[in-house]
Design a protein around this ligand. Structure first.
Ligand SMILES: *[C@@H]1O[C@H](CO)[C@@H](O)[C@H](O)[C@H]1NC(C)=O
Length: 338
């Protein structure tokens, strides 16, 4: 879950308290912030990440995508699929699978590590928007219910090692999306889905709030800060769509957190279990060495000048934020310079 850091540019104090009240129970979510007051890259004294004895995702993960909304474009979908395939496939270093290696360093009380196998096991197209165009946080669970009960092309209800990823297209409004969150993860309630399974939701932000959720490929106009790249404005996106390339890092963030804290009782920092800082929350906005406080860190440029920090399958390049490395005690990614 995303503890709401003092986000001086985008959120006023009154909106912060409103957001806190709006959460009736703990959700783990992602907020982009680019002026995070503390640079955690290279410092561990401020982070108190602890294991709270709950399960992690140590068995091979069967990942199921629900494409919700009628505005999905096949190019966007293939970018996202290639990213998911890249999590457990070889690619030139530093690779997406190398990035996942940091997440595999987390263990549970039996000593089992988070799995390195993430298998894209099914996709469901909810292009008629079965639950409408405005979704509450709870409706995401109803969308999963619809996907696993549809006939004949429904997804299996895999409560042993399933993980459901609900992705909403540009026209879909989601509660708190673009105001407090870019994505979140949680687990389903038996009363809605029938079983408890971990899931995550990430929205396409390209039209609704690229400056917040597709950072650093877009930059909020009212931020009062200059674009991060001095030449040519904002950073170019490596797969040609800022909204999708921004989603990739949010998907990566949520997958890292749902794997290390699927029932919200395993790995997180902070004293408040209803507002935990999880392994990716701690490193939001950091993509390379020296990152933090509004600077993305040292990343690479492709031949068109677009930013990336990891390689994937089929020659793809992606920019994914770093996560907390429990061994090194700092935010880390495979493109680190040290
Ligand atoms: C499992 O986690 C431990 C503790 O972080 C680490 O030393 C070990 O290398 C990890 N194993 C794998 C396969 O990542």
């Amino acid at each position: 879950m995303q503890k709401l850091y003092c986000h001086l540019l985008l959120l006023s104090l009154s909106s912060l308290s409103h957001l806190t009240l709006a959460h009736p129970w703990p959700w783990t979510q992602t907020q982009r912030q680019f002026n995070q007051p503390t640079n955690y890259e290279g410092s561990s004294n401020l982070v108190d990440l602890q294991y709270h004895m709950g399960p992690i995702l140590s068995s091979p993960i069967n990942l199921y995508i629900v494409w919700y909304g009628s505005h999905w474009n096949p190019n966007h979908q293939s970018t996202i699929r290639d990213f998911l395939y890249s999590l457990s496939s070889p690619a030139p270093p530093p690779s997406v699978a190398d990035w996942w290696r940091t997440i595999r360093l987390y263990t549970d009380q039996t000593g089992s590590n988070i799995t390195g196998n993430i298998i894209l096991s099914g996709e469901f197209y909810d292009s008629t928007n079965s639950h409408g165009n405005y979704l509450t946080r709870l409706t995401i669970q109803s969308i999963i219910k619809t996907a696993v009960t549809s006939y004949p092309r429904g997804l299996p209800l895999n409560y042993e090692n399933g993980l459901y990823l609900v992705l909403t297209s540009s026209e879909i409004l989601v509660q708190d999306f673009c105001r407090a969150v870019c994505g979140f993860h949680y687990f389903s309630f038996p009363a809605i889905v029938g079983v408890t399974v971990p899931y995550a939701w990430v929205g396409y932000s390209g039209t609704q709030c690229p400056g917040m959720c597709a950072y650093p490929f877009a930059w909020p106009k009212d931020s009062g800060k200059p674009p991060p790249e001095t030449s040519g404005g904002v950073m170019g996106s490596p797969n040609g769509d800022a909204g999708v390339d921004g989603m990739i890092s949010v998907i990566a963030h949520e997958l890292a957190e749902v794997s290390s804290n699927p029932l919200v009782n395993a790995w997180y920092a902070g004293d408040d279990p209803t507002a935990p800082d999880e392994i990716a929350d701690i490193c939001v906005g950091v993509y390379g060495s020296g990152g933090g406080g509004g600077y993305v860190g040292q990343v690479y440029k492709d031949s068109w000048g677009n930013g990336f920090n990891v390689n994937g399958v089929r020659g793809r390049k992606f920019l994914v934020q770093w996560v907390w490395d429990p061994v090194k005690g700092r935010c880390f990614g495979p493109n680190a310079m040290d």
